[in-house]
Structure formats: structure tokens, C-alpha cells
Design a protein around this ligand. Structure first.
Ligand code: NZQ
Ligand code: ZN
Length: 385
């Protein structure tokens, strides 16, 4: 196992009716800005629950944070923050709202010329407003991690700072019942791929990390389809297991002390930046191609994955690996997400521009060995056609 330091400070309030805990979790003297997206929280009762819980607080709101939150939208919050002297942010929504709120929190305290510099130029974040969140879409893990992804002019880029990690996260599985099938699928697949990015690399004998990761993968494979099945769409236990799996998949735990890949995500971000494809749907297209192109580098872990996740013990190594990749694709198909670029109307002619963007963004040594150059990324995209 590799050396590591691990700390996750987010307090989690899990379960039905937990939104009311924010009353105590946010200081009474705080001036709160509630941030949210396009209005789903007004239709499913979450906004009302938040308003009720904040009835003794002074609070304002900022709405309209869109999926794949944009710099331009997020910067509009800054005037409200200054006007009302906001000192606490409450994000109510999915990963986009939580990520966008992380950007808002750091931008509000940024002292340079343009907050985009901490995204594009890696300028350190020295201060940020405190954040709490009410998660409505289990997927990204943003509710307890220190990362966020923001888009400006088609450039979708991640940034990280422990200062933007939420102080608390409310995880109420009941609020996910209003999700569309598309968003349920996206969430399950995103969490699955987060786990794979930290698991499917090379072995460092991290037995705890491996078995935690395998537990998450098995849970998502078992529960994901149930959340879409007609006879269990409103099963709160299914939703709860998916929600907790998604948080655990990217809260730092399974990635501590093991190598990590993230090539699928970085290539996927370019597909979203250039073509607006949902985040998870880029991952379901790219991951199988990464597994095929990087088979040699990932051989040992692919065999472990084949045996422990898909019970494949018969046949030679290549047969088991190929079958495991096939079953991964079948799982994605069951979750109703695409596994080929052609399914999202992209072809060979689109690859040059994607490679140019990866290069422009410095994504030229991806993967756990840093050997996924733009040429290898091209091979991966060709494999995904
Ligand atoms: O905007 P509203 O009206 O709220 O509707 C949203 C949005 O249209 C809707 N939704 C959310 N909760 C709902 C609901 N609809 C009905 N009922 C509910 N309970 O779902 C739509 C998609 O929401 P979004 O927040 O965009 O989805 P997701 O949680 O998948 O977040 C995706 C974003 O997170 C980033 C992605 O790149 C993408 O920008 N990621 C963030 C990560 C992180 N911070 O660690 C890691 C991930 O890999 C990912 O990159
Ligand atoms: Zn993701």
C-alpha cells in the first residue's frame, strides 16, 4: 500500500427527514445564501423543507445553476454576496449545484484579478466561505469531497481545495424519488466509474481499499437496475444504498493509499465541454475503451475485477478479461446509457478537436502510469467509435 494522509471532515446527516438538521448545523447568526439549480427543488418539496428549516435564519437565494455549471452564471452570485454580506452558503441540488457553490465560495474570498485563475492556472485558494449542502442527486460525491468542476467557454476544468469541502451534507434518499430515469442512471454510472478510476489500476496490495471498492461496485450493479425497475422505483432502501455508495465512492476513502487513473474522466470532460453530453454518459462511452486499450497495464486488476465482480473463473486470462469488459458494457446498457460515440452522434471526424482540447488543457500524461498521451487518448476514442 502507498503512504497516505486521509481526512474527511464533512458531517453527514443521512436518512429521511434529515433536512431539518440544517437548522442546528448552520449558525443562527449566519447570513445564508441558498444556492440551487433550475427549479426541481420547488417541484419536489425540498425547497419548502429547506425554507421551513431556515425559518429562524436570515437567508437569501441564488438560483439557475445549470448542469455543468458555468463560470458566467456562477459569477452572478458575487453581487448578492457583497450586497447582503453573506457568510454561509447552502447548496441544495445535485453535483452541479454543489460544485458551482464551491466555486462561488472561493470566488467570494478571492483576492486576485479573476477567480478563473484558481481553475485554469492552479492559483491556490487561500480562503472560502463555509458551505453546507442538501444533496438531491447521488452521483458525484461532491457533497463530501474537496473537488469541483466548472466550465467556461467550453473549457470544463476541475479544481480542488480542502477549503471548499462542505461542512455538512444532508443525504435524504426520499428526495431522490423525483429524479428522472436518466438522472438515476447517470448517478449510478458516475459512482461506478469513480470507483473504477481508483480500483482498476495496478495492485499495491491495498486489500481494504480493494474490498471496499468491490463492495461499492457490487452494490451499484445490484441496486442500480432496481431503481429503474417498475416494481421498485419508489423503494427507499434501494435509493439509500445508491446514495451512500455514491458518497463513499468519492469521499477519499477508497482512493487513499492506492494509485488512481482518472483518464476516463479527463477525456469525458472534453466530450461534455465540446458536445454537452451528460457527464456520466461520457464515462460509459470512454471507460470500456480505456479497459480495452490499457489491458496490459491493468491486467492483474482486470483479472481480479473479472473474478470478484463478475465471478469469471473459467477460461484463459484474455477470455476472462474480455468477458469482464463485455459485462461492464452490458451493465451500462441495463442502466440505459450509451457505450459508443456513435450512439451520441459523434464519429471519427470529431476526434481531432477533442485531442486538441485535451492537449490545450495539459491532459497529456493521463492514467495511473502517466502514459496516456494524446496519441493514446486518440486510440481510446477510436476504440469507442
Ligand atoms: O437544476 P435542477 O432543476 O435542480 O435539476 C437537476 C438537473 O437538471 C436535476 N435534479 C437534481 N436533483 C433532482 C433533479 N431532478 C429531480 N429531482 C431531483 N431530486 O438533475 C439534473 C442534473 O443535475 P446535475 O447536478 O448536473 O447532476 P450531477 O449530480 O450528475 O452533477 C454533474 C456535475 O458534477 C460534476 C460533473 O462534471 C458535472 O458537472 N462532477 C463533480 C465531481 C466532484 N465534485 O467531485 C466529480 C464528478 O466526476 C463530476 O465530474
Ligand atoms: Zn464523475
Amino acid at each position: 500500500m502507498l503512504n497516505f494522509s486521509f481526512q474527511n471532515t464533512t458531517q453527514i446527516h443521512f436518512g429521511e427527514d434529515q433536512i431539518k438538521t440544517i437548522r442546528k448545523a448552520i449558525p443562527k447568526t449566519a447570513k445564508v445564501l441558498v444556492t440551487y439549480g433550475g427549479g426541481s427543488i420547488k417541484n419536489n418539496g425540498v425547497y419548502d423543507q429547506v425554507a421551513q428549516a431556515l425559518s429562524e435564519h436570515t437567508w437569501f437565494e441564488f438560483s439557475g445553476i445549470e448542469p455543468n455549471p458555468s463560470y458566467d452564471t456562477l459569477m452572478k452570485s458575487q453581487a448578492i454576496i457583497r450586497e447582503h454580506d453573506i457568510d454561509f452558503l447552502l447548496a441544495v441540488g445535485g453535483g452541479s449545484v454543489v460544485d458551482g457553490t464551491k466555486f462561488i465560495a472561493a470566488a467570494a474570498k478571492f483576492e486576485g484579478d479573476d477567480p478563473w485563475d484558481f481553475v485554469a492556472k492552479g492559483q491556490p485558494i487561500k480562503q472560502a466561505l463555509p458551505i453546507g449542502c442538501v444533496l438531491t442527486l447521488p452521483a458525484t460525491g461532491s457533497e463530501t469531497n474537496a473537488g469541483a468542476v466548472v466550465t467556461r467557454d467550453g473549457n470544463k476544468l476541475p479544481f480542488f481545495s480542502p477549503l471548499v469541502r462542505p461542512l455538512f451534507a444532508v443525504l435524504d434518499p426520499a428526495v431522490t424519488l423525483s429524479l428522472s430515469d436518466r438522472q438515476i442512471s447517470n448517478g449510478v454510472v458516475d459512482a461506478f466509474v469513480h470507483t473504477m478510476e481508483q480500483y482498476l489500476t495496478y495492485s499495491v496490495n491495498g486489500k481494504v481499499q480493494d474490498r471496499f471498492a468491490e463492495g461499492l461496485l457490487l452494490t451499484l450493479i445490484e441496486e442500480g437496475p432496481k431503481a429503474l425497475a417498475a416494481d421498485s422505483t419508489d423503494d427507499l432502501e434501494v435509493r439509500g444504498n445508491i446514495m451512500w455508495a455514491a458518497t463513499m465512492a468519492l469521499n477519499g476513502l477508497i482512493g487513499a493509499g492506492v494509485p488512481q487513473d482518472w483518464a476516463t474522466h479527463m477525456i469525458g470532460h472534453e466530450l461534455t465541454g465540446a458536445h454537452g453530453i451528460d457527464h456520466a454518459r461520457t464515462l460509459s462511452i470512454v471507460l470500456p475503451a480505456v479497459m480495452k486499450v490499457c489491458t496490459d497495464a491493468k491486467r492483474e486488476k482486470l483479472l481480479q475485477y473479472a473474478e470478484r465482480i463478475w465471478n469469471l473463473t473459467e477460461g484463459d486470462d484474455d477470455t476472462r478479461i474480455n468477458r469482464a469488459i463485455e459485462l461492464t458494457e452490458q451493465f451500462f446498457e441495463t442502466m440505459q446509457v450509451p457505450t459508443r460515440l456513435s450512439q451520441v452522434d459523434l464519429g471519427e471526424g470529431d476526434i481531432d478537436a477533442l485531442i486538441a482540447k485535451l492537449t490545450q488543457h495539459g491532459m497529456v500524461k493521463l492514467g495511473e502510469h502517466g502514459v496516456i498521451t494524446p496519441e493514446v487518448s486518440r486510440e481510446i476514442l477510436v476504440k469507442a467509435l
